[in-house]
Structure formats: structure tokens, C-alpha cells
Design a protein around this ligand. Structure first.
Ligand code: ZN
Length: 344
């Protein structure tokens, strides 16, 4: 080909690659976004036509305040399920919950007094983040009524979104942001229902002898000598803060650092934590097992003689995934078809 044509052609190709993939009209549908306004709640829904606003009429129950859990430690829990890194893939999330009998076909809670733990990263990458958030929101209320509990723990992507890091947003949400001043801190402000709800969430919890969190616990965390409640309160205080503010506080710098609970990968990747340091971590937490997401695996895996259970099963790829089940001292792998086998 003549070079005269090559350069313009390359320019066109580059600009096509740089532009976000064209979304169909339906793919722009997003919402509801619920916003507190005086004593009412306003509902915003986004479509290719723009945004509609109306006073919210239900069916969700919308409190004006969300309290952090009284305790971050739970004992005598009889059965539980855990899933991680949903990353905007609500269809896989639903299939896993339905086929493993956590919810019914109509998406209603059927796990009784069981606990469902989501170890962070519902946000980013995929295009059904809003749907996944509202599903968790609703299940949390239904579970509480049944004597069970839903724990939505915050991962690094929750903290990133809440401080307006737009790098991993699906293009659909870039469009939605047109109606929120192009700022995720507006979209999920403390004046929004989801924003207020997220601000009450914990990051690390303990159930029976298992500790759940997004990334992992390193001995740097142990050195902070915090209780779970203190750590969760610190994490809540940092919601929305930028990198500089996080770095200016020694505790926050560690919590949000590479070895911090929402980022650490050292159970799986170099430099891998030493056995004796992992023992130190487990002893400090008074736990037998650590259940973590964040580091993607093809399926549920364990490390360190089953002390560490990895539950980021690559749902983000939009193809399949797994969830962890536990009952009667037995850990079980729950597949997307509902087939359940012992984890070890
Ligand atoms: Zn993560």
C-alpha cells in the first residue's frame, strides 16, 4: 500500500480503537439512582433519551439512615455462603445464587438463617453493577427478616469508585455520569441511598473461625494492633478520600497500601507470605481460615494447607463462576449449575 494512504488509515484505526465501543440504546438503560431530598426520595432513571426524575414509590424499603453493624464478629452461625468479585456480572451472580439455593427463581432469599458474604468488588468492569447492588440491597433486608444475614464487604474497587476513580468503569456508566456532574462522588454521595448504604459497610468480618475480606491480611496489619471494629471504622472514615489524604495518615496508608486488607495478594503471588507469618496473622485474628477474593482464579482454590480459601472465581470474565458454601464443618464448592462438591 502507498504510504500516502497508510498514515490516514492508521489515524482512523487508532481513533476507532480509542473511542468507547458504541452502545445500543438499550445498553444505556441504567438505574434507579435514588436520592434523598428533604423528607422524600427522588428516583432517577437513565436511558438513551436522557434522564427521568420522579418521586420514588417503591418497592424497595428506603431508610433514611444505615447503621454500621454493631459487631464485626459473629459466632454460632450454622451455614454460610460466600462469593467475590462480581464486577458488574449480575446474570452470573443470580445464577450462582439461584442454583445453589441461596435465593429462589424470583430472586427472593431462601437461605433461612444462613449468612451470605460478598467479599467486595461488585463495582467496575461489567455493565450490570447497579442491578447487582440493588439485588444485594434487597436480599440484605429479606435475609434479616428470616434471621439470616447478608454481609457486603468493601473491596478496592468500591473504595476506588467512591473516590471518583473512573478508570475501570464500563462505558455505560460514563454515559450515566453525564447526569451526575461527571463525578462518581456525586453519583454515590452520602445524599444518595446507595452511597449512604455503602458508607455503613464493613471491610473485614469474622464469622465463627473464619475471617472474610477482599484482599488479605499481612503482618503489617497485625502491627497496627487494631480490633476488627477499629479497622472497619478507619476504613469507613477513608471513604471518598484521595491518595494524598490516605498517605498523610500512617494507619490509613497501611490499610490502603499494597499489603493492606483490600489490596494484598501475597497468599498467591510473589513475594508470598511465609508460613510462620501466616500463622502469626491467624493467631492474631483468632481464626482458622481466611476467605479472600481479589486475586482471580479459574475456580475456588485453597493455599497453605487449606487455611486460605480463594473465592475470586473470575466472574469478571462474564462466562461462569463459583461460590463457597460451608455447613457442618464442611467447605463446599458451589458451581453455576448447582453441582456441589467438597472443596477438599
Ligand atoms: Zn480487587
Amino acid at each position: 500500500m502507498h504510504t500516502k494512504f497508510l498514515l490516514p488509515l492508521l489515524t482512523v484505526i487508532c481513533s476507532l480503537l480509542a473511542a468507547s465501543p458504541a452502545l445500543s440504546n438499550d445498553e444505556l438503560n441504567d438505574g434507579p439512582y435514588l436520592i434523598y431530598q428533604d423528607k422524600t426520595v427522588i428516583e432517577k432513571n437513565i436511558s438513551s433519551q436522557g434522564v427521568t426524575e420522579a418521586s420514588y414509590q417503591g418497592p424497595l424499603i428506603i431508610p433514611f439512615e444505615f447503621q454500621p453493624a454493631q459487631s464485626d464478629e459473629y459466632s454460632n452461625v450454622k451455614k454460610l455462603a460466600a462469593i467475590s468479585d462480581i464486577h458488574g456480572q449480575v446474570e452470573i451472580f443470580k445464577a450462582l445464587l439461584i442454583n445453589n439455593k441461596i435465593i429462589d427463581e424470583k430472586l427472593n432469599w431462601r437461605f433461612g438463617e444462613g449468612h451470605l458474604v460478598i467479599t467486595g468488588d461488585i463495582f467496575d468492569r461489567g455493565d450490570t453493577v447497579t442491578e447487582a447492588l440493588w439485588l444485594v440491597y434487597r436480599l440484605e433486608q429479606q435475609a434479616a427478616k428470616a434471621g439470616g444475614k447478608v454481609h457486603y464487604l468493601l473491596g478496592n474497587h468500591e473504595y476506588m469508585v467512591l473516590r471518583d476513580d473512573q478508570r475501570y468503569l464500563h462505558p455505560k456508566y460514563i454515559n450515566s455520569l453525564n447526569y451526575f456532574n461527571h463525578d462518581l462522588r456525586v453519583m454515590f454521595s452520602n445524599n444518595t441511598v446507595l452511597g449512604r448504604w455503602l458508607r455503613a459497610k464493613s471491610t473485614i468480618i469474622k464469622i465463627n473461625d473464619m475471617v472474610f475480606l477482599h484482599g488479605g491480611i499481612h503482618t503489617d496489619y497485625v502491627d497496627l494492633a487494631l480490633s476488627l471494629k477499629q479497622a472497619n471504622n478507619h476504613f469507613r472514615e477513608t471513604i471518598g478520600l484521595g491518595k494524598k489524604a490516605l498517605n498523610d495518615n500512617a494507619v490509613w496508608r497501611t490499610l490502603h497500601g499494597k499489603t493492606g486488607p483490600i489490596w494484598y495478594r501475597g497468599y498467591f503471588r510473589e513475594p508470598v507470605i511465609k508460613d510462620k507469618n501466616l500463622e502469626q496473622v491467624l493467631t492474631y485474628l483468632g481464626a482458622s481460615y481466611l476467605v479472600v477474593g481479589h486475586t482471580s482464579m479459574p475456580e475456588l482454590e485453597t493455599r497453605f494447607n487449606n487455611r486460605v480459601i480463594a473465592i475470586d472465581s473470575s466472574i469478571k470474565l462474564g462466562k461462569t463462576g463459583e461460590l463457597l458454601l460451608w455447613q457442618n464443618n464442611q467447605f463446599t464448592r458451589g458451581t453455576i449449575n448447582g453441582k456441589q462438591t467438597p472443596l477438599w
